[in-house]
Ligand binder design. Sequence first.
Ligand SMILES: Cc1cc2nc3c(=O)[nH]c(=O)nc-3n(C[C@H](O)[C@H](O)[C@H](O)COP(=O)(O)OP(=O)(O)OC[C@H]3O[C@@H](n4cnc5c(N)ncnc54)[C@H](O)[C@@H]3O)c2cc1C
Length: 377
Amino acid sequence: MQYLDQVTINDDKSVATVGPGSKWINVYKTLDQYGVSVVGGRGPTVGAGGFMLGAGGYFHWTGKYGMAADNVKDFEIVLANGTITNANAENNTDLFWALKGGGPNFGIVTKMDLYTIPIRNIWYQFGTYDSNQAPALIEAYAKWQNDGASDTRGTVGFVIGLETTFVGLFWSEPAEKPEPFAPFYNITQIEPAGTPTNSTLMELTNQLAFIGSEGSARHDYRAATAKVDVELYNDVYEFWKPKAQAVHNATGANVTFVFQPVPKSVAAASEEKGGNPMGITAEDQMWWSTTLDWTDAADDDTVRGLSIETTDKWEELGKARGSYLPHLFMNDASRDQNPLASYGEENLQKLKDIAAKYDPTQLFQEVQNSGFLLSKA
Ligand SMILES: Cc1cc2nc3c(=O)[nH]c(=O)nc-3n(C[C@H](O)[C@H](O)[C@H](O)COP(=O)(O)OP(=O)(O)OC[C@H]3O[C@@H](n4cnc5c(N)ncnc54)[C@H](O)[C@@H]3O)c2cc1C
């Protein structure tokens, strides 16, 4: 338990030990001085524990290294009977696999050893665009997904809001103007235009403090997945936009339409590192999400209704177009979604068997009121 929010590194800088309560910005700050980082979170204040049990991911070069949880060397965990044990590639290998995306179903993780990656100095550029540029940006984004995302040195953050749209171009090494991002360079930004910046991952993460909603009274995410399909992206965006504006006008809620790329290399990278329960297919994907932030509980149904209708439309249109994928990313899923079931029947059964083995009294199914529990999957 001493590791609650601590971060240390071993002598040869290959492994960082991180407490589950550590915020990602503190992890990057500690590792920055050693010239390395880990595959972790974007939001500086997000905690490492829950993030990792949901597999964790995105732009910390997931395309190259796999999900964050694929880069765990060892979990220290307290089981339901009070035993402190370790799960890694040699010991409790079934539990190790289950913890890489299986959620809060197996025990309390008290410490994680993470393989470091040799990334510190990076290039990035932020751009803010008028919301009427969203269709042009969606097209640029899909073009980058099809042509540019196979260069796993780069990734793109893309968040459409009601008034402005944000695009972050992120490159995992120093650069001038990475060529894979070409589809974005000629789209006019709101002045002052974002400055291409050579800096560090730690600085970038500091700048991303605007992600999320610390301080907002009520918050929700929601997840949906599809293959790369620019028409689907556009159709769902056009469906969402007037409804989102109406919900904003009625409740004051801040709502976004978020694109998160998962290149096909993620599946191979995960497999190479021992696999995880998520059952990700080896194809370029979009893990769509939305953030909803509002203040009044009386508006819960109105605000959440927007994202529910949007993911229903995503599923309907995606199925009709053959681009829908059932996978739901736990870290972006809403409380009524069922990410564990989306991993596929076989993986779900395996997770249940592992939970029964390590928690025979099913303590963690019974004492937890919330979270994505296998008993409810
Ligand atoms: C601003 C912001 C940015 C985000 N950015 C990203 C991102 O870039 N990538 C991404 O993948 N996700 C991202 N997320 C989602 C985030 O990963 C999830 O919200 C995650 O659950 C956060 O973990 P936590 O420990 O802080 O949360 P909690 O709500 O405390 O925990 C989530 C679940 O995990 C369980 N849990 C937590 N710690 C432990 C432990 N030590 N042992 C056993 N069970 C535990 C809890 O019981 C709960 O069920 C972001 C979220 C926010 C708010």
